[in-house]
Design a protein around this ligand. Structure first.
Ligand SMILES: Cc1cc2nc3c(=O)[nH]c(=O)nc-3n(C[C@H](O)[C@H](O)[C@H](O)COP(=O)(O)OP(=O)(O)OC[C@H]3O[C@@H](n4cnc5c(N)ncnc54)[C@H](O)[C@@H]3O)c2cc1C
Ligand code: SF4
Ligand code: SF4
Length: 371
């Protein structure tokens, strides 16, 4: 489809508008699908050779060049939001994995892992693009193409650093997998949908049949995060699990639990996360998070027909159990989404320079005085 606000650009435009301005989110879309020219150094795309394309897939797929979110939402999900904080959805529920091993490995209720293993065992997918810790560096998230239940379980749990997940999707497509599921943060789901909706480049994004999104407020910059862990007296090699909930950042090691206020972790946020305007992975088939759910459960937002069928089928097969969520819990999710969006919208506007809307000229830093 031709997106209304689509723009054309090449690698130079990508560098000047996204990389050098600090808004790259390291999703992996540009380098994943252009291995000829782009590789990553210090978690940023870079090139050694000049590419002469006027319009490149790197620019087209990047979620930070242009993102006509409402148009994309309509094209992907078939509807337009009535909820500005959570996007378009048909249902919000609570769910958890039923199998003990899955629930135990999963970060919260294990729903993501349960859905993937259900799809794999039923033969609905032949690959799941997830994230897994590197075998050489502790807790370094790497894209991973899982092709068995054991693989999927090996990637379970949350890593609060960024993973260039879309590289895994590109690898899975290049390796000939036909029915793929991907798990990603909001920025990954945005990139995935731009790839699927692109009018210029067909890289077989249609092979990705399921997009499972995770809620996300931010990811941590590796250097700042490790320095912070050092201040907390923790060695990364000793960490068994990280968790965020009830306003706290929790680190589990053999010695027990160490807690820091989540507000104190804000200083570790990646630069590119400060302009992110999506908390709930608004373009996914289903979005999964912990806020709003009691311990051992997930909050699940069902957005598309594909997502609805997946949840219904997984429930009927006994892979997950579900229950209703109450209004107060949904409000809690909305409140967190809204606070991320409001804060980051200010950063987006501040980077825009002076704005003129019809006859109204305003410096974005003074917008607060008017709205
Ligand atoms: C960086 C980050 C920030 C988050 N912030 C919030 C938040 O503010 N509020 C909230 O309610 N929930 C948040 N979540 C979601 C939450 O931590 C759980 O991922 C979610 O509840 C699903 O739980 P689960 O038990 O079903 O996951 P699991 O069954 O354990 O599956 C998790 C899946 O996520 C993949 N994954 C792990 N880390 C990453 C990563 N860095 N990038 C891409 N994929 C990854 C794993 O490979 C696995 O497939 C965040 C997750 C991440 C990774
Ligand atoms: S946001 Fe993603 S696609 Fe855009 S420059 Fe960064 S890694 Fe590449
Ligand atoms: S806040 Fe989360 S979704 Fe947004 S860019 Fe950062 S990692 Fe991606």
């Amino acid at each position: 489809m031709i997106m209304k606000f689509a723009e054309e650009g090449n690698i130079d435009d990508l560098e000047s508008r996204v990389v050098y301005t600090g808004i790259c989110c390291y999703c992996g879309a540009c380098g994943g699908f252009c291995t000829e020219y782009i590789h990553y150094e210090n978690q940023l795309p870079t090139t050694d050779e000049k590419c002469f394309e006027l319009h490149g897939a790197c620019f087209d797929f990047c979620p930070r060049t242009f993102l006509p979110i409402l148009e994309m939402e309509k094209a992907v999900l078939g509807g337009v939001r009535s909820d500005k904080d959570l996007g378009y959805y048909t249902e919000i529920i609570l769910a958890k994995a039923t199998e003990g091993a899955v629930a135990e490995k999963g970060q919260d209720g294990g729903v993501v892992t349960a859905l993937l293993t259900y799809l794999m065992e039923k033969g609905e997918i032949d690959a799941a693009c997830i994230s897994r810790s590197s075998e050489s560096e502790a807790w370094l998230p790497e894209p991973f193409v899982a092709t068995s239940k054991e693989d999927i379980l090996a990637g379970a749990g949350s890593n609060y650093e960024q993973c260039p997940t879309i590289i895994g999707v590109a690898n899975a497509i290049a390796d000939g997998y036909e029915n793929i599921a991907m798990v990603g943060l909001p920025c990954h789901t945005q990139a995935m949908r731009k790839i699927q909706l692109s009018d210029y480049f067909d890289v077989h994004g249609d092979k990705v049949k399921y997009v499972i999104g995770l809620f996300c407020t931010e990811t941590f910059d590796r250097e700042l995060f490790h320095a912070k862990l050092g201040e907390m007296g923790i060695k990364i090699e000793d960490v068994k699990k990280f968790d965020i909930g009830e306003g706290k950042f929790k680190v589990y090691t053999d010695k027990g639990e160490t807690i820091e206020k989540i507000s104190k972790m804000k200083a570790c946020a990646r630069e590119g996360c400060k302009v992110c305007y999506d908390f709930a992975a608004e373009l996914s088939d289903v979005s999964v998070g912990s806020i709003g759910a009691e311990t051992g459960w997930n909050t699940v937002i069902i957005r598309s027909e594909t997502g609805k069928k997946l949840i219904d089928d997984a429930k009927a097969a006994g892979a997950i159990e579900t229950k209703a969520i109450d209004d107060a819990a949904v409000e809690e999710v909305r409140k967190l989404a809204s606070s991320k969006k409001t804060g980051n919208l200010k950063n987006i506007m501040a980077s825009a320079g002076a704005l003129k809307l019809l006859n109204l000229a305003i410096d974005p830093s003074e917008m607060d005085l008017l709205i």
